[in-house]
Design a protein around this ligand. Structure first.
Ligand code: SF4
Length: 367
């Protein structure tokens, strides 16, 4: 579905220090790198001027660590965005922050600018696990950041957690979940750690004290059970929300709706075209516009939609791609249904909770 409204993602590729598991386009800023990067953002935004201020209804400042920007730098980025895009219909404005980089002045600025959703990277409440990950903050830094945003009236806060961390146990993860649930944020993300090539963790992979597969599976089950009991719905493989607090911006990616990505390594799906930027900071470039085949678009659509609990609407799929999703897959789909990995109901096909956990292998065999 293509609508006039789209999401806007702004990538801020700077962090105080690189975490040991991170393969995102991010690094430690040197000298005037941030200001030069903002110049590049401004130059990229000029490419959109010809389009008479495209309207966006969600904005997401992600990273990296957007909260590393000073008040002045963040205000400048915001002014650039505001003068390029029509923000009058924006209903969700998110900033990703990391504890240890937020001051009261910055948080007040976010509030004044109309930011209404804060996503805080915590990962764990345990100092040994945070240290192992290479995070810059302590649990108490997180609590101060969380309280600061709550005091200032931010009502939509999301907390990022991680499981499968070296040295993590089922009990330690339970404590992390319990402590975060006690704060009652609107939204919680819980990602399984992936040891990605090119990261320090990858170099250390033979000696990393990773929890074994069974323990990691137990941790996933624990997250599902504890978060469900606390009233969070498991609406995407790694995301849980109070009713109505699903991340509107990220839903656009999973529903294959349009979005504009600004900044290093950002992707866009704009006016039916896919665009990609390089990860050269501060002077990134628009490197590619990607043509994808009809088959690839159908594959991507199914892949993304099945990440969501709402799954694929079969009639919508037929309307969009002119073919029946089920056709030719009846056998494997009914087998997975019998195994409790897939749910096929009326006009909808989705993964079960068990299917979410095994999504990589399930998706590979049905798509
Ligand atoms: S804070 Fe996030 S983006 Fe920055 S290095 Fe750590 S994981 Fe990567």
């Amino acid at each position: 579905m293509t609508t006039d409204m789209r999401g806007l993602y702004v990538h801020i590729p700077f962090c105080v220090r690189k975490c040991r598991y991170c393969d995102f386009c991010s690094g430690t800023p040197t000298d005037d790198a941030i200001d030069r990067y903002i110049d590049s953002l401004e130059a990229e935004c000029r490419l959109y001027y010809k389009d008479a201020r495209p309207s966006v209804d969600t904005v997401f400042f992600g990273g990296g660590t957007p909260s590393i920007l000073s008040k002045e730098q963040f205000s400048r980025v915001y002014r650039i965005i505001e003068s390029t895009f029509d923000l009058s219909c924006v209903s969700e404005l998110t900033v990703e922050v990391n504890p240890g980089t937020v001051t009261r002045e910055k948080a007040e600025l976010y509030r004044r600018l109309g930011i209404n959703r804060i996503s805080i990277g915590l990962q764990s409440i345990h100092e040994n696990e945070l240290k192992m990950l290479g995070r810059i903050h302590s649990y108490s830094d997180f609590l101060s950041t969380y309280r600061l945003f709550s005091e200032l009236g931010f009502e939509n806060i999301s907390v990022d957690l991680m499981y499968g961390i070296p040295e993590q146990t089922k009990d330690s993860f339970r404590q992390t979940l319990r402590s975060v649930i006690a704060l009652s944020p609107e939204h919680i993300s819980a990602y399984g750690l992936i040891v990605e090539p090119g990261t320090p963790f990858f170099e250390m992979r033979e000696s990393l004290p990773l929890p074994n597969e069974d323990t990691e599976r137990d941790m996933y089950d624990l997250a599902c059970a504890m978060l469900a009991e606390a009233g969070y719905s498991h609406y995407e493989i790694s995301n849980y929300a109070r009713p109505g607090a699903e991340c509107k911006h990220n839903l656009k990616y999973w529903r294959c709706e349009e979005y504009i990505g600004i900044g290093a390594a950002a992707h866009s799906y704009y006016l039916g075209t896919r665009l990609e930027n390089s990860c050269d900071v501060p002077n990134y470039k628009r490197v590619q516009s990607i043509d994808i085949s009809f088959e690839d678009a159908a594959y991507e659509y199914a892949m993304m939609r099945l990440r969501l609990r709402e799954g694929i609407c079969l009639s919508e799929y037929r309307e969009r791609f002119g073919v029946d999703f089920i056709l030719g897959k009846e056998k494997i789909l009914s087998e997975y249904e019998r195994m409790g990995l897939l749910v096929l109901e009326d006009d909808r096909l989705c993964l079960s909770e068990e299917g979410f956990y095994l999504s990589n292998s399930v998706l590979v065999s049905i798509l």
